[in-house]
Design a protein around this ligand. Structure first.
Ligand code: FE2
Length: 625
């Protein structure tokens, strides 16, 4: 067991920098000119008053404070895998005054070992000094336990410091070693936030409580913090996210809860707020706090692995009617209009640019696996090698652009008007042209990571990024992410490519390059056979919930590459790894029903994950082991 950061100097260093190897820091060449604290509610823009005005959603902190008026508290606990260990991430409103510390052991009554870690913070808006102690996170702590036994339950207790209350005795299970053939399940979801995600939450929590999933993998678009401005936008007839007496039509099925029928208080404007009305989640940072605290019941029990989505990039993605956000964020004029939309990189407060909250509020094993921070990394669990890719930045023509792409000839720095509000990264190096995928560190890392996979141990390789390569909802980013990664993934016999972003469940037919359907790999409507090097199975699961509701297409727009699309139900996917030749992908709907099921089978794996000539597939239900 190694411990880190014993000295005050090291702690100060840790406090001053970003975690992991992610870079660059936020560019501040031009000033931010908006309100000190952008609040998406013109009527009652309270910051501290989570309980004022119309009821705001309140989630309990991870640790219940021992006193009635705590000066500091552990509000969020979130686990993640490290190679051979675990990262215990926790969050407090204020610093600890010492290195974060955890007691741990293999028996709950014998926590004889102590590990210390590092802390980091960012200058969030508003600061936690302006918010409720049990509802705010500004200091982020990482304690790493290494050299643990695989597939083993450990117990831990986060120690009190500087006003916090120690946690209860909690537990986690380490990842099963690569090559361990024991069957297991894990949960996959994407595009969640709060709104519409209640059913998904309930079902994921149930599987965690039942010890039915080993961990959760969230493919980006986590909290939808950047939709705080939905509290600005008035209800619209064509947007079914409007409650509190103005509309009883809820996105998705199910009865309308009584609290949705409560009329708004006098003076409140019905708007596109959260489940309990307009005032919820009207602050970017409190949206993050609330979502993370909501997820505590899951994230402190099982590792919660994340990756970046577009909603993690900055405080806003696009303007509202009349360009209200341009008026508000650029000119500090609430409830006003602007002649044209002009959201730039500098429209957001500094702490709400360049994936800053995302970089601090999680710790993925980027640095530990040769990748970068929370952006790209890999890990093994039993018979699967999992690869997380950054679909937002760090490849040619990525959806979020680095400044260098905004430069005009002769410029060394773009003017604000040449930037975009979500400009971000690159988080790795780019040695060569921004237009050349092979110049990117992410590409080189992926090639090296794939080359190292031992298919005798992990016959399955499953990759995920936020962005799908193919869908019936065709979009310009799709050929770009294909150009970046598809060849490498195919060359190395990757079996499955997962994505989110599109807010529905979509199962595609197995496909090779250019969206060519690999008919030889289709056994029947619910069974595919892997065809390493020739095709991959593409799955989209962007239907966890979220305030933007479902994506939709009419039936005649659905392409022949799509095997199944569900535009009605929310939920998540349970992936069950049976053995080296079979896994099952199950769409678990928010109401507990099963939306779809796919079994993937492969011939007895060879060196590259493919079959060898001595073993042939024997038809549905006959699997080689
Ligand atoms: Fe997205």
């Amino acid at each position: 067991m190694k411990s880190t950061v014993a000295s005050a100097t090291a702690l100060l260093l840790a406090l001053s920098g970003s975690p992991g190897a992610a870079k660059p820091v936020v560019d501040t060449a031009y000033p931010y000119t908006g309100p000190d604290v952008p609040v998406g509610d013109w009527v009652n823009p309270t910051v501290k008053g989570y309980g004022k005005g119309f009821p705001r959603l309140i989630e309990p902190p991870a640790v219940k404070p021992a006193s009635a008026n705590p000066s500091n508290n552990i509000n969020v606990i979130s686990l993640s895998y490290l190679p051979g260990g675990i990262n215990i991430h926790f969050q407090t409103p204020f610093g600890l005054g010492e290195a974060p510390s955890v007691l741990w052991g293999t028996r709950p009554d014998r926590l004889y070992r102590r590990a210390t870690g590092t802390s980091h913070t960012y200058d969030r808006t508003p600061p936690c000094s302006a918010a409720a102690v049990t509802q705010c996170s500004q200091f982020f702590h990482e304690v790493q336990l290494r050299h643990l036994r695989p597939g083993t339950r450990y117990y831990y207790q986060i120690q009190a410091a500087n006003g916090t209350t120690e946690s209860g005795v909690l537990s986690f299970d380490t990842a099963r070693a690569a090559g361990d053939p024991t069957p297991y399940s894990m949960a996959v979801l994407a595009d969640m936030g709060y709104t519409n995600a209640g059913g998904t939450y309930k079902q994921v929590l149930r599987t965690v409580d039942d010890d039915d999933v080993a961990f959760v993998w969230h493919g980006g678009d986590l909290s939808y913090a950047d939709d705080w401005f939905s509290g600005i936008l008035p209800c619209a007839d064509d947007w079914p996210v409007c409650y509190n007496g103005t509309s009883t039509h809820l996105p998705g099925a199910g009865p309308v809860p009584d609290e949705y029928k409560t009329p708004l208080p006098a003076g409140e404007i019905p708007n596109q707020g959260g489940p309990l009305g307009g005032d919820m989640s009207v602050l970017y940072e409190s949206n993050w706090d609330l979502w993370q605290q909501w997820m505590n019941k899951i994230t402190k029990r099982v590792p919660y692995m994340v990756m970046p989505g577009n909603h993690e990039a900055s405080c806003a993605e696009f303007d509202g009617p009349g360009n209200v956000l341009t008026a508000y964020l650029n000119h500090n004029k609430a409830n006003a209009t602007a002649p044209r939309t002009n959201l730039t990189y500098y429209s957001c407060p500094e702490s709400q640019r360049n994936f800053t909250a995302f970089q601090h509020r999680f710790h993925m094993p980027g640095a530990e696996t040769g990748g970068v921070g929370n952006f790209w990394y890999s890990f093994d669990y039993g018979l699967v090698h999992f690869i997380a890719l950054d679909g937002e930045t760090d490849y040619a023509n990525s959806p979020q652009k680095p400044f260098a792409r905004d430069l005009k000839p002769g410029e060394t720095h773009p003017t604000p008007g040449e930037t975009s509000v979500t400009d971000s990264g690159p988080f790795g190096t780019v040695k060569g042209s921004y237009d050349d995928n092979k110049a990117y560190q992410q590409y080189k890392w992926l090639a090296a990571d794939l080359a190292k996979v031992d298919r005798r141990k992990t016959p399955w390789i499953i990759a995920m990024s936020h962005r799908p390569m193919y869908s019936s909802e065709v979009s310009s980013y799709q050929p770009r992410i294909r150009a970046a990664f598809e060849d490498l993934l195919l060359q190395h016999g990757v079996d499955v490519y997962l994505a989110g972003h599109i807010h529905w469940y979509e199962r595609l037919w197995p496909m090779g390059r250019n969206g060519t359907i690999d008919r030889k790999a289709i056994v029947d409507d619910h069974t595919y056979m892997t065809n390493p090097g020739k095709s991959m199975t593409h799955l989209i699961n962007g239907m966890a919930g979220n305030i933007e509701s479902h994506s939709t297409l009419s039936e005649d727009e659905i392409l022949d590459i799509t095997a199944v699309v569900d535009q009605e139900n929310y939920g998540f996917n349970k992936l069950t790894v049976h053995n080296a030749t079979a896994l099952t992908w199950t769409f678990v709907r928010g109401d507990g029903g099963i939306g779809d099921e796919l079994t993937l089978i492969k011939k007895k794996p060879g060196r590259r994950g493919g079959g060898d000539s001595k073993h042939r597939y024997g038809g549905p239900g006959v699997l080689f082991q």
